[in-house]
Design a protein around this ligand. Sequence first.
Ligand code: PLP
Length: 396
Amino acid sequence: MTGNKLFDFDKSITRQGTGSRKWDALQDVFGNEEVLPLWIADMDFAVPDAVAARVAERAEHPIYAYNIQEDTIYQSLINWVKRRHGWDIEKEWILLAPGVVPSISLSILALSEPGDGVIVQPPVYPPFFACIKDNERKIVENPLISKDGRYEIDFTDLEEKLADPANKLLLFCSPHNPVGRVWTKEELTKVYELCQKYNVDVLSDEIHSDLIYSGHKHTVFASLGKPVIKQSITFMAASKTFNIAGLNFSFIIAPCKRRRGAIKAWFTRLHINRNNLFGVLATEAAYNEGEAWLESLLYYLEQNADTLVDFVQTRLPKVKVYKPEGTYLAWLDFRAYFTDTAELETFLIHKAKVGLNAGKTFGAQGAGFARINLATQRSVLLEALARIEKAIQAIQ
Ligand SMILES: Cc1ncc(COP(=O)(O)O)c(C=O)c1O
């Protein structure tokens, strides 16, 4: 990984006044305008120049009406998945979609029946619970276990849940938000073998798969089997990687014709058959021309993760930090100070004045925890940590 200074991630860019959910909704979200926001998963960094230029160039033409789907986007997706993840995919496996969460929801509808169990591994990305519940399926928990400073899958419990014929799907987060694990090939193989054994389909949310730190390697779940795992649906997007989530574009990779057909039928039924013009162009530009920017971003983010760990260990030693192996999110355990989640929230929002994601939203296992977003200027991260340190000193 290169540490070049070609891209300046330290440069501060004011986001207030741009309709940013992270920065412009502080009163709504936290009830306090003064919090420094390090919560929702987007970044305080400018997109690669090539992405901004492609969007601006198209925006120059003042008609943004119905567009056709140029074939070039498929080639960009195929090349990216091959280059970054070593996985050969075919055009016909790909379904273009507005976002990963709606795609997960539609896939649940397509591949299970009301009342069926869908397994999740909390603490986990909150919409996973909603996608299951809102579609009248049953949330079945296979909680992760914290061991030696990192989270692991409880395979004994997972096997029990998979063995129950009422449970039809595993909704898998890889890499895992919020605990930051990049699952190893061995772990993935175990999950694969168990799902094979009990004939459970896997919905593998790999939206964070481009955000991997040194010493770790992402393996696409579906690529584990030869030639490919037909029981797995993969969800990907350039939205987290290149900070273009507002452009609403993602893609599903479904190698199995029957399962792909079932998902497609739900898109048809709901008449979701167009893609955001700018989302497609931005993704294409990012995947074709954004790789050097991404390498530089990863270097910067990893230094932020190191900064966080160092600060917490030296200046907030009773707080426990899980260093992310991937994703720009980190999981903090405040239970040495707060067992009551409401007290922790009041402390963070009104005493420390930092806006983090409350741990309890990631499942009951998150009580006493918070998620911090590292994708900001290092100075902002340090300011947030200093605020937490000062507020902790005041309660000791
Ligand atoms: C695991 C995971 N899946 C999906 C999403 C959001 O996907 P989308 O905005 O495409 O619906 C996020 C955003 O934070 C995420 O962390």
